[in-house]
Design a protein around this ligand. Structure first.
Ligand SMILES: [Zn+2]
Length: 354
């Protein structure tokens, strides 16, 4: 990395903000979310598959040349999708790719862009009445300063949909069934806005019966599944309200990418957790209604965080709320997407936890 950017206090401040957001499971999870800063012709953006939480521990910001990337986006050039062709040629970090959302960041004019999968934002953004629900909670922002973009596939399609709706003053974007984007001219301005919006969207999480961890451990002992590292993940199964929400379908992309479409419910047979017999391969997560959840022992890094995210999001959605779920076609385009396969492969490390 050039010393010029390393010495830039705004760059350092963005890394600090990224690490703080990445460390908070209510703000973003695992390799989800991304941040960027524009400096003249270059936009530094998080690498695909990297975790914001690691922003101060390892190098993860990749310089992308903005003018050719923006020209490619405007011309419908397919190379804008991965943006790999627009990485500054003087940068040398083999194996790293810019974020899947690089085009989204490039579509925004502000110097600093923060995209997170805030659970409180997602809980509103999955609602069929999301725009009205958001408007009621963002009284400090005028229409146009914030916009809502109904779900489209992340990446270039999302960048185009955002571009169509941007006003000259847009600085908050709520992405339907996905998350939050905040933009500002400084890191401090963006950080302040993230804090204000997340506070405005905050909702209490529904109460849930605690899981019996010893009983769960016996159910999975010696099998293909293990318990999640974070017991907070279990409440998707112990809280009937959350389970009812999860049964309605996939709520946001990273759920599909890491846990597969919807949820797979297992049963207890002879004192052991069992997956449905008709599955052709192990489900990433097995939901045991009333008991808890279990994750594949060979699950990639990030699976635990996504399991907890589902419980956190569902706990903030009223059971009777009108919600939008991803269609089977939208689920398929995420599972089959080469860019997502790459991002998963960057996290293909078994936690080895039991
Ligand atoms: Zn995202």
């Amino acid at each position: 990395m050039s010393s010029e950017i390393r010495d830039d206090p705004e760059f350092r401040a963005l890394l600090e903000l990224s690490a703080a957001l990445g460390a908070d499971p209510a703000r973003t999870q695992a390799a989800g979310g991304n941040t960027s800063i524009k400096r003249a012709r270059v936009m530094w953006i998080k690498a695909s598959g990297a975790w914001l939480a690691d922003a101060l521990r390892r190098e993860m910001m990749i310089p992308v040349l903005l003018p050719p990337l923006r020209a490619a986006m405007a011309a419908g050039d397919p190379r804008a999708e991965s943006a790999v062709a627009f990485v500054d040629p003087s940068y040398n970090a083999p194996g790293l790719r810019p974020s899947i959302e690089t085009s989204v960041h490039a579509a925004l004019p502000q110097a600093v862009v923060v995209h997170i999968h805030c659970v409180e934002t997602i809980a509103l953004a999955v609602r069929a009445d999301a725009e009205a629900a958001i408007a009621a909670r963002l009284p400090g922002l005028q229409s146009g300063e914030w916009i809502f973009v109904p779900y489209v596939k992340p990446g270039l399609p999302l960048a185009h949909e955002i571009g169509k709706r941007l006003t000259g003053k847009t600085r908050v974007i709520v992405l339907g069934n996905h998350g939050l984007i905040v933009a500002g001219e400084t890191v401090a301005a963006a950080a302040d806005l993230v804090g204000r919006v997340c506070q405005a969207f905050a909702a209490p999480s529904s109460a849930a019966p605690a899981p019996d961890l010893d009983a769960l451990a016996r159910l999975v002992e010696g099998g293909d599944y293990r318990l999640p590292n974070d017991p907070a993940a279990h409440v998707i199964a112990t809280d009937p309200r959350r389970l009812a929400v999860a049964r309605r379908g996939s709520l946001y992309p990273d759920h599909v990418v890491f846990l597969g479409p919807g949820i797979v419910e297992g049963a207890i047979v002879h004192g052991r957790a069992q997956a449905p017999p008709d599955l052709d391969r192990l489900a990433p997560m097995l939901v045991l209604p009333g008991q808890g959840v279990a994750l594949r022992r060979d699950s990639p890094k990030g699976t635990d965080e996504m399991a907890r995210c589902l419980a956190d999001v569902a706990g903030r959605i009223p059971e009777d709320a009108p919600i939008v779920t991803l269609t089977p076609a939208q689920e398929r385009e995420l599972v089959d997407w080469e860019a997502e396969k790459y991002r998963r492969s960057r996290n293909a490390v078994s936690t080895g936890a039991s």
